[in-house]
Design a protein around this ligand. Structure first.
Ligand SMILES: CC(C)(COP(=O)(O)OP(=O)(O)OC[C@H]1O[C@@H](n2cnc3c(N)ncnc32)[C@H](O[C@H]2O[C@H](COP(=O)(O)OP(=O)(O)OP(=O)(O)O)[C@@H](O)[C@H]2O)[C@@H]1O)[C@@H](O)C(=O)NCCC(=O)NCCS
Ligand SMILES: Nc1ncnc2[nH]cnc12
Length: 277
C-alpha cells in the first residue's frame, strides 16, 4: 500500500491535528498551578493526565467536522454558527462518553472549536472571525444553569462566552506576547509556555476559579501569577518559588484555573497556525 504523504492531508485534517496537539501540550505542561499535569491531578479529584489525553483525542473528529463545516458554508453567518453548535454539542457527548461523565474540555471545545472554524474560513483574521461567530446567537443552544451561568449571576463575570466575543484578548494581549517574549529570552519552551499561562491568569475572570473559590480564589490566582512574572518568570529560582507558592495557595482554596488552561491551549493553537497555513 502507498504511504500517505503529509501534504496529502486535507486542511480540515491538519487543523484537527493542531487543535488536539495544542490540548495535549497544555495537559503535559508542568508544573501548572492546581491543574492536571505530569505531576498529578492538581485540585481535581476526578481528573488525571491519561483522561485529559483520551479526552483530547476523542475531540479530533469534532474539530475536523467543524473545519469542514466552515469550508462548506464559506462565510461567517448563522448557518455556520448553528452547525458548529450542533457539532460542538455532539463533541461534548463524545468527550463525556470517553471520560465517563467528567467535564475535561468543555471550555476548550468552545474556544478551539471557534478558532478551528475561523482558521478553515480564512488564514487571516482568525480571532476576529472567531469573535464574529461567537457573537451570533445559536437558537438551539440549551440554557442549563452551568457553573458559568451561576457565576455570571453572582459576580457578573461572563467567562468563556465574553472572552470569545471580544476576540480572545487574554490570548492575544497576554498569552501570546508573553510566549514570544520568554522565547526571546531563551528560557526554554516549557518555561515560555508556563509564563504564557501565568500571563493569561493575571487578568482573567476564570469562571472555574470563581465557581469553586469565589473572589478570594480569583485574587489569589491573578496576584500570584503576576508575582511569578515580576520575579523573573518560571525559569528563575525566585519565579519558581512564587510558582510553588501559587500552586499551594490555589490547592488550599480548591481553585482550579481550568479556563486559563483552555486559553493556553488556544494560545498554543494560534502559535502553531502561524506559518502553517
Ligand atoms: C458558551 C459556553 C462556553 C458555555 O459557557 P458557560 O460559561 O455557560 O458554561 P461553563 O460550562 O460553566 O463554562 C465553560 C468553560 O469555559 C472555561 N472558562 C472558564 N472561564 C473562562 C474564561 N474567562 N475564558 C475562557 N474560558 C473560560 C471553563 O472550562 C474549563 O473548566 C472546565 C471545568 O469546569 P467545571 O465543569 O466548572 O468543572 P469543575 O469545577 O471541576 O466541576 P466539579 O467537577 O467540581 O463539579 C473544563 O472543562 C475546562 O475546559 C468553563 O468550564 C459553551 O460551552 C456552550 O455553549 N456549550 C454548549 C455546546 C455548544 O454549543 N458548543 C459550541 C461549540 S462552537
Ligand atoms: N490541565 C487541566 N487541568 C484541569 N482542568 C483543565 N481544563 C483544561 N485543561 C485542564
Amino acid at each position: 500500500m502507498r504511504a500517505l504523504k503529509l501534504h496529502e492531508l486535507s486542511l480540515a485534517d491538519r487543523l484537527a491535528d493542531m487543535a488536539v496537539e495544542a490540548l495535549i501540550d497544555e495537559a503535559d505542561l508542568s508544573p501548572k498551578p492546581a491543574l492536571v499535569d505530569r505531576r498529578g491531578n492538581g485540585a481535581h479529584s476526578d481528573l488525571h493526565l491519561g483522561l485529559m489525553h483520551a479526552s483530547a483525542l476523542s475531540l479530533w473528529p469534532m474539530f475536523k467536522e467543524m473545519a469542514e463545516a466552515a469550508i462548506e458554508f464559506g462565510e461567517v453567518g448563522l448557518p455556520l454558527r448553528e452547525a458548529l453548535g450542533r457539532i460542538g454539542r455532539e463533541g461534548e457527548q463524545a468527550m463525556l462518553i470517553t471520560t465517563h461523565g467528567v467535564n475535561t474540555h468543555r471550555g476548550a471545545i468552545w474556544a478551539l472549536g471557534l478558532l478551528t472554524a475561523a482558521a478553515a474560513l480564512a488564514p487571516r483574521d482568525i480571532p476576529l472571525n472567531a469573535a464574529r461567530l461567537a457573537l451570533l446567537n445559536d437558537r438551539y443552544v440549551p440554557q442549563p444553569m452551568s457553573h458559568g451561568a451561576q457565576v455570571a449571576q453572582r459576580y457578573g463575570a461572563r467567562g468563556a462566552r465574553e472572552e470569545a466575543q471580544l476576540g480572545f484578548p487574554s490570548v492575544l494581549q497576554r498569552g501570546l506576547p508573553q510566549l514570544h517574549k520568554s522565547r526571546r529570552q531563551n528560557v526554554g519552551e516549557q518555561n515560555a509556555r508556563l509564563d504564557a499561562l501565568l500571563a493569561i491568569m493575571t487578568d482573567l475572570a476564570d469562571t472555574c476559579v470563581l465557581y469553586r473559590a469565589g473572589l478570594e480564589g480569583q485574587h489569589a490566582m491573578q496576584r500570584g501569577a503576576q508575582a511569578v512574572l515580576d520575579a523573573g518568570g518560571s525559569a528563575t529560582l525566585a519565579g519558581r518559588r512564587h510558582l510553588h507558592e501559587l500552586d499551594q495557595q490555589l490547592l488550599a482554596l480548591n481553585a482550579s484555573p481550568g479556563g486559563a488552561a483552555d486559553l493556553l491551549a488556544a494560545c498554543l493553537f494560534i502559535d502553531r497556525l502561524d506559518g502553517a497555513l
